[in-house]
Ligand binder design. Structure first.
Ligand code: NDP
Length: 311
């Protein structure tokens, strides 16, 4: 059964989606947000957020998302706490399904975010927030004068390793091959940094510690030797996966799956469907930049709807 025709449905409830909800509801669009069963996005798995402007003392990630949500609710956003299971953007009105329930909308803002990739070790999840992190920009400052490691050999790993040298006393880059995937300039900076030591042909095999991370076990796939190293922080930097499976064959994506938006806008290839936040950003990936693009999406959407009605 189809519900009423919505002005805009927002899919995803991280900083991008909720900011677009605040703007869209203040523009009287009465947005419907399908926030997902695990609402709130990546900030729900972080602890202190110290880099979001306006919180000089820092704020816990989940608390920040609760505040974002309250603000959207205050201006009239309605929420469905379920996952979208299917979309059809081939014609207007756009159709979105949550199980058997069908929703129709004049416009859609996609803000389903991205998920950090993990190695798949059981212990990664056990120590998440207790020494294991997938974001050095977020959590690096908690490791002042401590020993940290970065897993990965791409640009993110390089950038995060260099960032960590500001705080950590020593940074190990643990990479499974003998050559970095990262751009040469970034790789050279890492190789030449006095605080950084690269462990080539090396794989993280285990993480140990009473409550927080205390040591790791590293396997050298050339020598076939295992060694245990004292460690305080383990940063996984093996890439992100944008949450775009739902939109395959409908919205244009790059080779990794990030949605492609038109320059200086949040327009996707389908008129009336906008994208904001990490789902279309493989470079900045910050809460504040996601929120900024959520604001852009709501403004793009409002102007587009206006043009449809009066254009
Ligand atoms: P990448 O996919 O480029 O790199 C991922 C790295 O993780 C690779 O070195 C890969 O190893 C390693 N890896 C993947 N899976 C595993 C695994 N299971 N076990 C161990 N290691 C693994 O991701 P990034 O996040 O680094 O970068 C994504 C994109 O963003 C790239 O295009 C990058 O250039 C760009 N970027 C640009 C920046 C800049 O210009 N300042 C900053 C950050 C990102 P292997 O090499 O062996 O495959």
């Amino acid at each position: 059964m189809a519900n009423k025709l919505e002005n805009v449905i927002i899919i995803g409830s991280g900083p991008a989606g909720l900011t677009s909800a605040i703007y869209a509801s203040r523009a009287n669009l009465e947005p419907l947000m399908i926030e997902g069963e695990e609402a709130g996005g990546q900030l729900m798995t972080t602890t202190d957020v110290e880099n979001y402007p306006g919180y000089p003392e820092g704020i816990m990630g989940p608390e920040m998302m609760t505040l974002f949500r309250k603000q959207a609710e205050r201006f009239g956003t309605r929420f469905i706490t379920k996952n979208v299971t299917k979309v059809d953007f081939s014609q207007r009105p756009f159709k979105i399904w949550v199980g058997n329930e069908e929703y129709q909308a004049k416009s859609v803002i996609v803000s389903t975010g991205a998920s950090a990739k993990y190695l798949g070790l059981d212990k990664e999840q056990t120590y998440l927030g207790r020494g294991v992190s997938a974001c050095a920009t977020c959590d690096g400052a908690f490791f002042r004068n401590q020993i940290c490691s970065i897993i990965g050999g791409g640009d993110t790993a390089m950038e995060e390793a260099l960032f960590l040298t500001r705080f950590a006393s020593k940074v190990y880059v643990i990479h499974r091959r003998d050559d970095f995937r990262a751009s040469k300039i970034m790789a050279d900076r890492v190789k030449n940094h006095e605080k950084i030591e690269v462990l080539w042909n090396s794989e993280l095999k285990d993480i140990k510690g009473e409550k927080n991370v205390e040591s790791i076990v590293v396997y050298n796939n050339k020598t076939k030797e295992e060694s245990e190293m004292k460690m305080d922080g383990v940063f996984i930097a093996i890439g992100h996966k944008p949450n775009t499976d739902l939109f395959k064959d409908q919205l244009d994506m790059d080779s990794v799956g990030y949605l492609i938006t038109k320059a200086k806008s949040t327009y996707t290839n389908i008129e009336g469907v906008f994208a904001a936040g990490d789902v279309q950003d493989s470079v900045y990936r910050q809460a504040v930049s996601a929120a900024g693009s959520g604001c852009m999406a709501a403004i793009d959407c409002e102007r587009w709807l206006e043009a449809q009605e009066h254009g």
